[in-house]
Design a protein around this ligand. Sequence first.
Ligand SMILES: [Zn+2]
Ligand SMILES: [Zn+2]
Ligand SMILES: [Zn+2]
Length: 93
Amino acid sequence: MHFPTTSKNCHYCKKHFNSAANVRTHIRKLHKPKFSCPEEDCDFQFIMYSEYKRHYITKHTIEKQYFCPLCDKGYKYEGHCKTHISNCKANTK
Ligand SMILES: [Zn+2]
Ligand SMILES: [Zn+2]
Ligand SMILES: [Zn+2]
């Protein structure tokens, strides 16, 4: 199955836009998402935590095996994960 990385439709109200950037602006303004994907190359935003979790699991955790115990961020390589843990925002207490 193919999942487009950018959609020109708002998945909340099904409104259609000229570009994916316009959709994001619209969602930010109208639907006020509380959760945004922490992946650098992904700017999906969500209103519900469950939506975010589902997106993250289906999109980003499939090939990841190492997870930060502090913020649940996942990595493919153990080295990357360890580097993150030592720099993790949630670690500074
Ligand atoms: Zn909308
Ligand atoms: Zn994402
Ligand atoms: Zn972390």
